[in-house]
Design a protein around this ligand. Structure first.
Ligand SMILES: Cc1ncc(COP(=O)(O)O)c(C=O)c1O
Length: 446
């Protein structure tokens, strides 16, 4: 029973569960999330009318706007991003995936090296090691925050460890003090994957400014959206230069610059174009507003949903600001009496699109299970430069596995154009499902 309501009252407004043919709480579709407005349209129009859609050239020392370092909108975005984040350098790229790859390249990581990463994330957080022939080593997550557990990181450190990729998953900062302390102790680099955490704050510092390199995504689903895009942040001059070189076929200019450190100077095309940069400049101006909508809706859900026994709403650690890229919850099957999956199916039937599990822990995916890698010869897993023995066995990260299999479920619509009215439907659906658990328990036994 929900919050001491009488059976009578529940009956009066609760029909049969939609999963059993009853009328759903919500029939209205969830609106498409877009934060693109007139400002972005005008900015893109200016770029298109100016006819210079992308402005990079192969001369490092050329004057703007035709420079190896990109055109005026890319440069302006980088300047504004660096100012906003209070960091020395921002480097715009065409996705966070490219950004993660460039980060591992810039750090000089290569064959035989290991990179510690969470398995509970999007694939690119780990493949960034593989593309430089390094080995991802998976550490477990904290049971309550879904972020890397520093204790597990410490257990995975070896003499081959060169970096930790920390993901501020769902929009909540990872435990950066502990992670930075481990990194310092073992002299290893920290890359912060902030794809889901624009403007999240850890003890007064924005995520992406604490480790060696921060990586942001600007893809269509992210809090700042430009279609596809990414931004890197760093306070280190040499890393910034190396990121710029990797972004734009670095090898074509290292001669003119007399650049000496050729490790990983095999360039890619990770360039952001002027159109994306012009939109990102407008989106950055609105970032605070975007997050305040998310936080307002999350506050409401936290208050309402924490009343249900068996549901753990997202936590916000002391001195941290959660930006709720995803509203991630934990489910206790024993308390509720049905499985998470049956419960989620019931909510979906009520018109609330929740999803279960988030990511299958990465090491359980085929890439790691089969270890085919490059060229069909098992490289880098079986590369002669690698003298470690990495395990991708089931059971290596029990918390992440349990989260995926039984506990985690999330909701992604706490963002504009949704409002508190839409969140009321979510709460109503939870009430209805909780009030009809006996009906659902039969389903659980099917
Ligand atoms: C945690 C995380 N890292 C990296 C990425 C990759 O971002 P992009 O699509 O910009 O390459 C994503 C995107 O979903 C992500 O969620």
């Amino acid at each position: 029973m929900y919050c001491g309501q009488s059976k009578k009252r529940v009956k009066s407004y609760m029909g049969n569960l939609a999963i059993n043919g009853g009328k759903p709480v919500r029939e209205k579709p969830w609106p498409l999330h877009t934060t693109i407005g007139k400002e972005e349209l005008d900015a893109v129009t200016r770029v298109i009318e100016g006819k210079n859609l992308s402005l990079y050239e192969g001369n490092y020392f050329a004057d703007e706007p035709f420079s190896f370092l990109g055109g005026p909108y890319v440069n302006a975005l980088e300047k504004k991003w660096a100012d906003y984040y209070g960091i020395k350098h921002a480097v715009a790229v065409n996705s966070a995936t490219s950004g993660l790859y460039a980060a591992i390249g810039a750090l000089g990581i290569g064959p035989g090296d290991e990179v510690i990463v969470s398995p509970y994330t999007m694939s690119a957080s780990a493949t960034c090691a593989l593309v430089y022939n390094a080995i991802p080593v998976f550490a477990d997550i904290e049971p309550d925050m879904f972020n890397l557990d520093p204790k597990s990181i410490e257990e995975r450190i070896s003499e081959r460890t060169k970096a930790i990729v920390v993901i501020h998953i769902m929009g909540h900062p990872a435990d950066m003090d502990s992670i930075m302390e481990i990194a310092k102790k073992h002299d290893i680099a920290v890359v912060e994957d902030c794809a889901q955490a624009h403007d999240a704050v850890y003890k007064g510092r924005k995520v992406g400014t604490i480790g060696d390199i921060g990586v942001f995504s600007l893809n269509v689903n992210k809090t700042i959206e430009v279609g596809e895009g990414g931004v890197l942040t760093t306070n280190d001059d040499d890393l910034a230069l190396r990121l710029q070189l990797i972004r734009n076929h670095g090898e074509v200019v290292v001669d003119q610059m007399e650049y000496q450190d050729l490790n990983n100077m095999i360039g890619y095309n990770y360039r952001m174009c002027e159109v994306e940069a012009s939109m990102a400049i407008e989106q950055l101006k609105k970032l605070k507003d975007f997050n305040s909508v998310r936080r307002e809706l999350a506050d409401y859900l936290n208050k309402e949903l924490s009343r249900f026994d068996g549901i753990t709403v997202p936590k916000e650690k002391e001195e941290c600001t959660h930006v709720y890229y995803v509203y991630g919850m934990k489910f206790d099957e024993e308390k509720v009496g049905v499985s998470r999956d049956v419960f989620c199916k019931a909510l979906c039937a009520e018109g609330i699109p929740v999803f279960q599990g988030y990511m299958k822990p990465l090491y359980l995916q085929e890439l790691y299970q089969k270890r085919i890698g490059y060229g069909g010869k098992g490289c880098p897993f079986q590369c002669h430069h690698y003298d470690g023995e990495v395990s991708y066995e089931k059971g290596i990260c029990p918390v992440a596995e349990k989260m995926y299999e039984k506990q985690y479920f999330g909701f992604e619509y706490l963002k504009a154009p949704n409002t508190l009215e839409d969140m009321k439907d979510v709460v109503m659906a939870f009430k209805k499902v909780f009030s009809n658990l006996s009906e659902l328990k039969e389903k659980n036994n099917d």
